[in-house]
Design a protein around this ligand. Structure first.
Ligand code: PMP
Length: 326
C-alpha cells in the first residue's frame, strides 16, 4: 500500500515547559503526524497487511471494525486504496469530529450503546462480529484480539522511541485501550533494557489496574466510555501484562481540566487520552521520583482537534448568520 511509506517515524520532541515544571526530561511522541492523524494507522496497516496476505480482504469486500473512532478512520483511509467498503461500529460517546471524519473518508457508521466487548449484545464489538458473520465478503479486523495490533508497535513505535531517545528512555506512559500500543512498545523496550518503566493509563473504574495488581478479572464499574480510546470493561487478547509495570487511573473531569491547562500553558491542543496521560503524570509525580537523569516519554495518540467540542468547549457554530434587513 502506498500509504505505508508515510506511517510512523512521528516526531519525538522534548517539551521544555513540562521538563522545567517537573525538573526532568519529558518528551512527547506525537502520533497526530501519521497520515490518518493518529497512532491507529500503525495497527490498521499491520492488520490489513495480514488480512491481504491471508486473502481475507479483496476489492469489493467490506472491512468491519469496532472502534472508538481512530482505528476506523485509519482503516477507511487505507480501504480506498484497496477498493474495499468500510463499516465501523462506534459507541455513542465517539466525538462528533471523529464521526464526521469517518463519513468524509467514506465509512458507513453504526452507533452502539457501548464498547463493553464481544459478550455484550449492544456493544460495538458484538455488533461488528455479528455483521461480519452474517455478510458475505465482510472481514472483521478485530483489533482487540488481533496480534498484528501488538506487532505494529513492537516493530515500529518501540524501535522509534529507543532510537529517538538515543537509547536513554527511562519511562514511557501510554493510554491503554486495546492494549496494543503499550504491549508492543513495552515488549520491545523491555528487550532492550528491562529497567525501562512501562506505565499504562486508564480512566477510573477500568479493569487493567486490578488485573495487573492481582490478576483479578473484576467486573468494572465503568458505565460509559469515559475517556475516548482508553479504559475497558474486559481484558482483551492484545494486552500483555508481562511487559507493563504500573497502571495509573485518572478522573475524566480532571483530565479535561488538564487538557485546558496545557493549552493555556503551551498553546497546544492535545487529545483526550493524551490529556489523561498528562493528568496521570501530574498526579503521580512524587511516586515517580524522577531525576535530571531520567528521560520520560508521554505517548500522545492523536490531536486535540478531534475533541474541540468535548474538551475545549467549542460549541457547534451556525453555518450562516442572519442579517436583519431594514
Ligand atoms: N488513545 C486514543 C485516542 C485511541 O484512539 C486509542 C485506540 N483505541 C488509544 C489511546 C489506545 O491505544 P491502544 O488501543 O493501542 O491501547
Amino acid at each position: 500500500m502506498l500509504i505505508e511509506k508515510k506511517i510512523g517515524n512521528t516526531p519525538l520532541t522534548r517539551c521544555p515547559f513540562l521538563s522545567d515544571k517537573f525538573r526532568t526530561n519529558i518528551y512527547i511522541k506525537d502520533e497526530s503526524f501519521n497520515p490518518g492523524k493518529s497512532s491507529k494507522d500503525r495497527a490498521a496497516y499491520f492488520m490489513l497487511e495480514d488480512a491481504i496476505k491471508g486473502n481475507k480482504v479483496s476489492p469489493g469486500g467490506t472491512i468491519v471494525e469496532a472502534s472508538s473512532g481512530n482505528t476506523g478512520i485509519s482503516i477507511a483511509l487505507m480501504a480506498r486504496e484497496l477498493g474495499c467498503r468500510v463499516k465501523i461500529f462506534v459507541s455513542k460517546t465517539c466525538s462528533a469530529e471523529k464521526r464526521a471524519l469517518l463519513e468524509e473518508y467514506g465509512a458507513s457508521i453504526e452507533i452502539c450503546d457501548n464498547s463493553f466487548g464481544l459478550h455484550v449484545f449492544n456493544s460495538t464489538q458484538y455488533q461488528a462480529q455479528a455483521y461480519a458473520a452474517n455478510n458475505e465478503n465482510a472481514y472483521f479486523t478485530n483489533q482487540y484480539y488481533n496480534s498484528a495490533n501488538i506487532k505494529a508497535h513492537y516493530r515500529t513505535t518501540g524501535p522509534e522511541l529507543w532510537e529517538q531517545t538515543n537509547q536513554r528512555i527511562s519511562h514511557v506512559m501510554v493510554g491503554v485501550g486495546t492494549g496494543g500500543s503499550i504491549s508492543g512498545i513495552g515488549r520491545y523496550l523491555k528487550e532492550q533494557n528491562s529497567a525501562i518503566r512501562i506505565i499504562g493509563v486508564e480512566p477510573i473504574n477500568s479493569v487493567y489496574q486490578a488485573y495487573l495488581v492481582d490478576g483479578a478479572l473484576a467486573h468494572s464499574g465503568l458505565v460509559h466510555d469515559a475517556i475516548e480510546g482508553i479504559g475497558r470493561t474486559f481484558i482483551p487478547g492484545t494486552f500483555d501484562a508481562q511487559v507493563v509495570d504500573t497502571i495509573y487511573q485518572v478522573d475524566e473531569e480532571r483530565t479535561k481540566q488538564c487538557a485546558q491547562d496545557h493549552r493555556a500553558d503551551t498553546n497546544r491542543l492535545i487529545g483526550f487520552s493524551s490529556a489523561a496521560v498528562l493528568a496521570a503524570l501530574e498526579q503521580n509525580i512524587d511516586e515517580l521520583k524522577l531525576s535530571s537523569e531520567d528521560h520520560l516519554v508521554l505517548y500522545f495518540p492523536d490531536h486535540g482537534d478531534r475533541y474541540l467540542q468535548k474538551l475545549y468547549n467549542q460549541t457547534e457554530r451556525e453555518d450562516s448568520e442572519t442579517f436583519e434587513t431594514s
